[in-house]
Design a binder for this molecule. Structure first.
Ligand code: NAP
Length: 333
């Protein structure tokens, strides 16, 4: 829809690390969008980013949302702030590229989906790894029967503890391992096991260094999911863990391993490893900028009702899994 028309004007809420490092460099390479501006709680921070990437600096989120010249908004705020600002953006008739996790609760996801549908706007949750060609290649390998019958899927995503002020360790900002890094392996399991997947068991372990038990986020955890055909996925995640970013698929004939499944950098050539009783086969996937591919997927969805319905369904399925994961683990917000 954007090919014939003028580029859509996209604004950003928050001078976030991920916007500076990954989103803005990718946006510059996407002709579907024009970088319209950045809003920050600090005008200086917005101006500093605009001097690097162009666009207008706004001194508040509301001034950007109120600007009728903005067609689409990217929200890389802490998760607890996603819902209110995304709702306002949709009500101002702007398409939404929402950083993961789209919302903290299922109810919030439902409300955003309803407003997006009624307003015929795109609501997109930015799980970029879904756009990397390595995932397509893995699906082809499975379909071709190279691994045999699938016995188990195992996906892990975790990283060492970050600075204590990071929103990820603050409950009031929507922190916690499940929302931050757990969403990736859950989303991958949903992709590989299909929408009828059941989450059967989960563990979430609270951060003992929190000021009080009420303020403790979940620091690490795991979950078990089962497809309608009985295939099991074990997922694990954590934000006080040795680094892991992997997918392992164990079949009756061979095992496949991908070691940068969620965060492949744009310049990295990916090597998938298949092991069977004859040895190892290395499958190379050329480098790809999954951030740019994700922005392009968002652009392609705008004005496409069928794609938008699928995007909303997936957001709801993912939010449902997250909610069930909390219930099974006995964790309350
Ligand atoms: N898709 C991915 O690969 C990926 C990777 C990393 C993160 N993310 C997601 O992107 C979002 C941001 O992550 P990030 O690592 O970039 O975080 P970050 O650097 O901490 O940025 C968050 C921004 O939110 C704004 N903000 C507003 N109120 C805030 C508050 N009370 N406390 C802290 N920040 C506040 C700040 O911008 P101003 O002060 O300028 O207003 C801040 O720069 C999260 O949803 C995260 O899950 C996605």
């Amino acid at each position: 829809m954007t090919s014939s028309a003028r580029p859509l004007r996209l604004g950003i809420l928050g001078a976030a690390d991920i916007a500076r490092r990954r989103f803005l460099p990718a946006l510059q390479r996407c002709p579907a969008f024009e970088m319209a501006g950045i809003a920050s709680r600090s005008y200086e921070r917005a101006a500093a980013l605009c001097s690097q990437f162009g666009g207008h600096a706004y001194d508040s989120y509301h001034s950007l949302l109120d600007d009728p010249g903005i067609d689409a908004v990217y929200i890389p705020l802490p998760p607890a702030l996603h819902f209110d600002y995304a709702l306002q953006a949709l009500k101002q008739h702007k398409h939404m590229l929402l950083e993961k996790p789209a919302t903290v609760t299922l109810e919030q996801a439902r409300q955003l989906c309803t407003v997006a549908e009624e307003s015929e706007l795109t609501l997109y949750e930015n799980y970029m790894f879904l756009c990397h060609p390595q995932l397509e290649r893995i699906k082809e390998i499975i379909s071709a029967g190279r691994l045999g019958e699938l016995r188990l899927i195992r996906a892990t995503f975790g990283f060492p503890r970050r600075a204590s002020g990071d929103f990820r360790y603050q409950k009031s900002l929507g922190g916690g391992a499940l929302l931050d890094c757990g969403g990736y392996p859950l989303r991958l399991a949903l992709e590989l096991l299909g929408s009828q997947v059941q989450l059967t068991d989960a563990t979430l372990v609270p951060d003992k260094s929190a000021q009080s038990p009420q303020e403790a986020v979940d620091l690490y955890g795991n979950a078990v999911m089962r497809s309608s055909s009985g295939l099991t996925a074990q997922v694990a995640f954590g934000m006080d863990n040795a680094y892991q970013c992997s997918l392992e698929i164990w079949g009756s004939r061979a095992t496949l391993r991908a070691s940068r499944i969620f965060t492949a950098p744009p310049e990295l050539k990916i090597t998938l490893i298949i092991r069977d009783d004859k040895g190892e086969e290395l499958i190379e996937v050329p480098p790809a900028d999954q951030f740019l591919l994700s922005i392009e997927r968002f652009a392609a969805a705008i004005g496409n009702p069928a794609t938008n319905a699928e995007l909303r369904d997936t957001i709801l399925q993912q939010s449902t899994l997250v909610e069930i994961c909390r219930q099974k683990a006995g964790y309350s917000l």
